[in-house]
Design a protein around this ligand. Structure first.
Ligand code: BDP
Length: 713
């Protein structure tokens, strides 16, 4: 009887587990799950060929490698690894290779300091590199083969990063508020540092190392000068110590007025000798505490931040002062080009170019000017920034936003791999065909030695790190593209999906399909055909195309869409703001004519009549309606595709995404309805046939207020 009761209780508990929508993976392990490989044959074949491991290096990084392999073996292969010099998996630097392994040595000559080779030789597998960090990267690459259940026979992989500084920028404040963060509080607990070292810091470092990120800025670009005080520097040191074995350097955002704010000086003029000396001393102080400190990230003379302009000095003069302080220690300055000034007469999208092109050739070699992918501000779609390619003597870093400030926060599924690739693959034509933005960024177009990429992080204290499970894929794809911008968005999506959600081929195909279409749906239901900056003010949550009363013209959505009775769009041709003139002649010509402007950027460059005839033969007004509709439809399709995956995905992950998709669908509809009703007040045309009536009135949409929307600036 007792046995019967037990069996009954056991069954009951299993039913309860099966029905618990929060059972199983909560997403904390990201793409490093190491769940048991379910294909038994595959697992056994791995176990057979990986009986023992020889790590021929001793260092903190080697310890990290050993731990990672142990965790992976225990998870994926359900066996403890055996570490021995008689091994079939050998992890080694060049100087530890024996005579009969010299062919590996030859391979190492071309991969630089961070690269690695994974090579099969004499029945053994070698992970070899010129540095311990290269070995760590190679280890993660090898583990990915196992995680995605690929063959490990006859391997001949050789990789090295295309971009030197592969950075994450956290817009996190010292009180743990994250500007434009939608995944909870900042992971950096400044109050408890330096003594309290959370497991999360280590897991964050592992995740970053697994995708090749080698630099992080833990504090907001709208910086607090306190970060440079001795009290905080000890906390920064604690982080740097944790991250070092993972190949990650810490950089800091600084406030340009720090000499006054914490140094007691009466000025922060970069040409003032005392100011220069203050930065030299401060920098030396930092390097004494953190010998491998990365350098400074600076937002200056932008959105109210202090900068060299306050003293009539240029951005180059400001950046160079810091660069010189860093030079003795090998540090770098990332100087942001996101500037637009109060009094500038030029339209906002033109200002960064106007400001920085004249400074080409004036920056110290350890300065990289960090440019957002588009000329405005991380919109769902922008034309590429004309700065890329326009400064042949200046290192230009790419700045992407991973956090979805303008793409639905952390409840909208938008895989940004396609957006990053669109920006990187954009052909500037500055040196003829093939002068891609990627080649500007990696330095190859103009032979610039310093190269960098930055991603504004979407990471917070949420259990799944990024708020949305698919938000993890944006962290992932950013790192992978910073490592190798030649990879495609689809192949990275597949890697991520296999490691994070399911290794079943059919399921993976569906997930990749969802991911690849997702960003275009967002563009369609928010800002189709080249529209931009229609988000509600301040918090940027939801539509606010009607906003036109803000202190600055260029903060208003009305400034960007310019809808009137005649038509819609911002004329950036010669008859308008002449933004086209900043591009190479090839694009000047194409962007100047609506007929040769890519349809997806039409209203970015042109103000067109509501009846303008689109390539489809339909009017602009009808086409706009169709795009808004298609966006909503697209979300409904993603939702249906996701729901069909229920049996393949862990309940917890499945449900998180399911709930988010329901929110996304509601909000997509809200965007469509609100924007179309508002634009109709200008177009005065009926909605095209088949366009379902909006749910509410325009007044209702206009009345919405969200004073507590997350991530406020
Ligand atoms: C804008 C954000 C603001 C940031 C700014 C920046 O709304 O919070 O401070 O970018 O990049 O998009 O500095």
């Amino acid at each position: 009887m007792l046995r019967l009761v037990c069996v009954f209780l056991l069954l009951l508990s299993q039913v309860a587990v099966a029905q618990n929508p929060f059972a199983g993976d909560d997403g904390y392990r990201l793409w490093l799950k190491y769940d048991e490989i379910t294909d038994k044959q595959q697992r056994q074949s791995y176990v057979k060929s990986l009986t023992a491991i020889d790590i021929r290096s001793q260092s903190d990084t080697a310890n990290v490698i050993q731990q990672e392999l142990t965790d992976a073996w225990q998870g994926l292969l359900k066996t403890a690894p055996h570490f021995s010099s008689k091994a079939d998996l050998i992890i080694t630097k060049g100087d530890q290779l024996s005579k009969n392994e010299q062919s590996i040595q030859t391979l190492l000559s071309t991969i630089g300091n961070e690269g690695f080779v994974i090579h099969s030789l004499n029945g053994k597998t070698y992970i070899a590199a010129n540095s311990d960090i290269g070995l760590l990267y190679g280890t993660f690459r090898f583990l990915r083969l196992l995680q995605t259940e690929q063959s490990i026979k006859q391997l001949s992989i050789s990789e090295s990063p295309k971009v030197q500084l592969r950075m994450l920028n956290h817009w996190d404040d010292l009180d743990r508020h994250t500007e434009r963060g939608y995944a909870g509080q900042s992971i950096f607990d400044w109050h408890k540092l330096p003594d309290y070292k959370e497991q999360r810091y280590y897991d964050y470092a592992r995740a970053n190392a697994s995708i090749g990120i080698n630099g992080i800025v833990p504090n907001n670009v709208n910086a607090n000068s306190l970060i440079l005080t001795p009290h905080y520097l000890q906390k920064v040191k604690a982080l740097a110590d944790i991250f070092r074995p993972y190949g990650i350097k810490v950089y800091l955002s600084l406030k340009f007025s720090s000499p006054q704010q914490i140094g007691g000086l009466s000025t922060s003029d970069p040409l003032d000798k005392n100011v220069q000396q203050w930065w030299k001393d401060k920098t030396a102080e930092i390097y004494k505490i953190i010998p491998d400190f990365g350098g400074y990230l600076v937002k200056a003379n932008s959105e109210g931040q202090p900068g060299p302009g306050d003293y009539g000095r240029t951005h180059a003069e400001g950046a160079n002062m810091l660069a010189k302080a860093l030079q003795p220690f090998g540090g770098n300055v990332l100087w942001r080009a996101f500037v637009y000034s109060h009094d500038a007469k030029a339209e906002r999208s033109l200002q960064a170019y106007n400001e920085f092109v004249p400074l080409d050739g004036k920056f110290e070699p350890n300065v990289s000017v960090q440019v957002k992918n588009g000329p405005i501000d991380f919109q769902p779609r922008e034309a590429f920034s004309a700065l890329f390619g326009a400064t042949p003597q200046t290192s230009l870093a790419m700045e992407f936003q991973i956090t979805q400030e303008y793409l639905g926060f952390s409840t909208h599924l938008a895989y940004l791999g396609t957006m990053y690739k669109e920006a990187l693959d954009a052909d500037t034509h500055v040196k003829g065909e093939g002068s891609t933005v990627a080649k500007v960024v990696d330095g190859s177009l103009y032979n610039i030695p310093l190269s960098a990429m930055a991603g504004v992080a979407n990471i917070g204290m949420d259990r799944n790190w990024t708020g949305h499970i698919f938000g993890q894929s944006n962290w992932y794809v950013y790192g992978r593209l910073a490592w190798d911008h030649d990879l495609t968005a689809a192949e990275i999506a597949e890697e991520w999906a296999r490691m994070t959600l399911s290794n079943d081929d059919k399921a993976v195909a569906n997930i990749v399909d969802i991911m690849m279409s997702s960003r275009e749906h967002v563009v369609n239901y928010m800002t189709p055909l080249g529209l931009h900056h229609l988000m509600d003010t301040g918090h940027h949550y939801g539509p606010g195309p009607w906003v036109g009363d803000l202190g600055r013209d260029d903060w208003n959505p009305t400034y960007y869409h310019r809808a009137d009775e005649q038509g819609i769009g911002l004329d950036r041709t010669a008859s308008g703001t002449n933004g086209v003139a900043q591009y190479a002649p090839y694009w000047q010509k194409r962007f100047s004519d609506p007929a040769t402007t890519p349809t997806e950027l039409l209203l970015w460059f042109h103000h067109l009549d509501w009846d303008y005839k689109m390539p489809s033969g339909d009017t602009l007004w009808n086409e706009l309606a169709k795009h808004y509709d298609a966006g909503v439809q697209g979300v409904a399709e993603m939702q249906a595709q996701w729901l069909a995956l229920e049996s393949q995905i862990e309940a917890n992950q499945f449900n998180q995404v399911k709930m988010a998709l329901a929110i996304q669908l509601k909000e997509a509809q809200w965007w469509r309805d609100a924007c179309m009703l508002y634009f109709q007040t200008f177009s005065k045309r009926p909605f095209p046939a088949g366009f379902a009536a909006p749910e509410h009135s325009l007044e209702t949409y206009r009345s919405y207020q969200f004073p507590y929307a997350p991530g406020r600036g």
